[in-house]
Design a protein around this ligand. Structure first.
Ligand code: 3AM
Length: 179
């Protein structure tokens, strides 16, 4: 079985800007800079032959390249029990279009449709018992964060290896977007 997801890679420059946001929140496990990405679709565990079908279907996706701008920071979960700190993404029709194409390609491979609305973000940190006041300060200090535009010219199928030291992401294949 392979644990898969589809994501956009970020440029070195953007990852460094995001890595620069880390710190100041006790109980935060910050994403390693090389692991920072924007998930288009979590797939989960699939057998190898289905992974090959998924690869073939993703290779058929036709969508244009586009600029991506990261904008602002936020939190998932309640104020008292925040779970994830994230960087937001400026609204982009092209990103929504690509995500919809990826989603329909995966459904054609027999995966169940994603029920949750696509909410593009880059996970900065996972939180455990983080003090709400420190989260509040993080959000207000970093609220004006912006990075990019960066050119999105491909998307990537990743394999996630779960281990004691956290997940390791392996890029299996990149699929080009049209110039
Ligand atoms: O890009 P982010 O960090 O939002 O949280 C996992 C990560 O998302 C998510 O897939 C991305 C790559 O691992 N993920 C992991 N398990 C998941 C699940 N069971 C999941 N998303 C939905 N359902």
């Amino acid at each position: 079985m392979l644990r898969l997801f589809v994501a956009l890679d970020l440029t070195e420059d953007v990852r460094q800007r995001l890595a620069g946001l880390a710190g100041g929140v006790p109980g935060a496990r910050w994403t390693e800079p090389e692991n920072l990405h924007l998930t288009l679709r979590f797939i989960g565990e699939v057998p190898e032959d289905q992974a090959m079908d998924i690869d073939a279907a993703l290779a058929e996706v036709r969508a244009p390249a586009f600029p991506l701008v990261l904008d602002g920071v936020g939190v998932y979960g309640s104020a008292r029990r925040a779970r994830v700190l994230w960087a937001g993404v400026e609204r982009s029709e092209a990103l929504a279009h690509l995500q919809a194409k990826v989603e329909s390609a995966l459904v054609r491979c027999g995966l169940p449709a994603e029920e949750r609305k696509f909410s593009p973000h880059v996970t900065l940190a996972r939180l455990k018992d983080a003090p709400p006041d420190r989260i509040g300060r993080f959000l207000s200090d970093r609220g004006l964060f912006r990075a990019g535009p960066m050119a999105v010219e491909h998307f990537t199928l990743y394999r996630s290896h779960l281990g004691n030291g956290g997940a390791v992401y392996e890029a299996l294949r990149e699929y080009p977007l049209a110039a």
